[in-house]
Design a protein around this ligand. Structure first.
Ligand SMILES: [Zn+2]
Length: 404
């Protein structure tokens, strides 16, 4: 038992050597040397476990045990890239879990009836190019990444991609993959819910609808000493009132609605001048689209009710739509947890995941393990070895039911 309990932890420790920063940090943006080394290592490990290993155009790795009775594919995985100075667990755990669950199953039960594939998605974390989910968008046949996107050194996505994919081991088959019929992703929660409640696992019900806006309030710059209060057109005070009103609204609606003002710019930005312009970002998320839309309505009402100051809202990105997990596969995760006596909570994901892209084409389900103190995208990311193993045990049971 003891040896088994540390398999995932050991795997993440070894994978974490590629792009290691400090004692526990990882910097592994897509197509960097650290990324190439990590993927190459993984591919050799998979080959040693008699998996058929292939890589697609974007550099996502597929480690497969072909089915004996069906060509239907059941896939599980996550992303192998990381943010700059991230941790060992984000993404990597989902890759480790899929790989270990499948190699364990193969060792115990032999060839599956349906094809079973562990996937290391090339990129999710947007650490290098101004794009995200480039790996899963390609795999899911949803969208292709603009090859001319540039990183901060002026290297294009296409240059980086072709260099990296050609640098991978030559025994690996270069081939795009057909869609699986089911997709499973294990991930650290990246939030504090499981850790603070002492719950062992999170069965994900949905991924939150997400919208982001940029609000611009324009007033009139003037002297801080000579302009009477009642004659001011002060966008900063209007911004403060608006943010407070939105916060009061969010409190009244209650959780799981979350909204964040994470960026605010004041122009001209002098302590002795009334600002001329204030811009701030708004990020709002909720598992239900209707709740996010209602928040947007409230935001528009706030803009319409401004006086002396002009307001303008821009969408910062295409909204990420509400994503609902496959009910049968989600319930099966819950049933497995119950049978094994593990505590679990059915919960939405406030963070985005590759699963939201896969979900556009195939049935999906996700499982969370606790993140210590809810921390992610940091060298302080940590999940206890026993928690890592528990997630894998549940995934194994799910894959057994679906593949054998
Ligand atoms: Zn992730």
């Amino acid at each position: 038992m003891q040896k088994k309990r540390e398999a995932a932890s050991d795997f993440l420790q070894r994978l974490g050597q590629f792009g290691k920063t400090g004692d526990t940090g990882v910097t592994r943006p897509v197509y960097t040397d650290a990324w190439i080394a990590a993927v190459s290592w993984l591919q050799k490990e998979a080959q040693a476990k008699r998996m058929a290993v292939s890589v697609d155009t974007n550099g996502s790795t597929f480690m497969t045990y072909p089915g004996s009775e069906s060509t239907e594919i059941i896939a599980a995985g996550s992303h192998i890239d990381s943010v700059v100075n991230g941790g060992r667990y984000d993404g990597a755990y989902g890759v480790a879990a899929a790989y270990l669950a499948m190699t364990d199953l193969y060792a115990e039960y032999g060839q599956p009836k349906k094809t079973m594939t562990a996937v290391a998605i090339s990129e999710e974390d947007a650490a290098r190019f101004p794009t995200t989910f480039s790996g899963s968008k390609h795999y899911a046949q949803v969208d292709e990444t603009d090859p001319n996107l540039k990183d901060s050194d002026g290297i294009t996505f296409e240059e980086a991609r072709s260099h990296a994919v050609s640098a991978l081991p030559s025994f690996v088959t270069r081939q795009d993959q057909p869609l699986p019929s089911e997709w499973f992703e294990l991930h650290i929660e990246q939030g504090p819910v499981l850790d603070t409640t002492g719950t062992q696992l999170g069965v994900v019900s949905s991924i939150c609808e997400l919208k982001r806006f940029n609000v611009t309030l324009t007033g009139q710059a003037n002297h801080a000493g000579t302009t009477p209060q009642h004659l001011r057109k002060d966008p900063m005070k209007a911004a403060a009132r608006m943010i407070t009103a939105l916060d009061n609204y969010a409190q009244a609606v209650g959780e799981p609605l979350v909204f964040t003002v994470g960026n605010l710019t004041v122009e001209p930005g002098a302590s002795n001048a009334i600002p001329s312009r204030v811009t701030f970002s708004i990020d709002v998320r909720h598992p239900k689209k209707a709740a996010v839309d209602a928040f947007e309505t409230k935001l528009n009402e706030e803009i319409a009710s401004l006086n002396k100051v002009d307001g303008h809202i821009d969408s910062l990105m295409e909204p990420y739509p509400e994503v609902v997990m496959d009910k049968r596969l989600q319930d099966q995760f819950s049933e497995i947890c119950e049978k094994k006596g593990y505590s679990y909570q059915v919960m939405p994901s406030g963070a985005g995941h590759d699963t939201q892209i896969m979900n556009r084409q195939v049935k999906t389900a996700m499982l969370f393990v606790p993140s210590r103190d809810g921390i992610s995208h940091s060298p302080s990311e940590y999940t206890a070895p026993a928690d890592l193993e528990r997630g894998i045990e549940v995934l194994k049971a799910q894959l057994y039911l679906e593949c054998y």
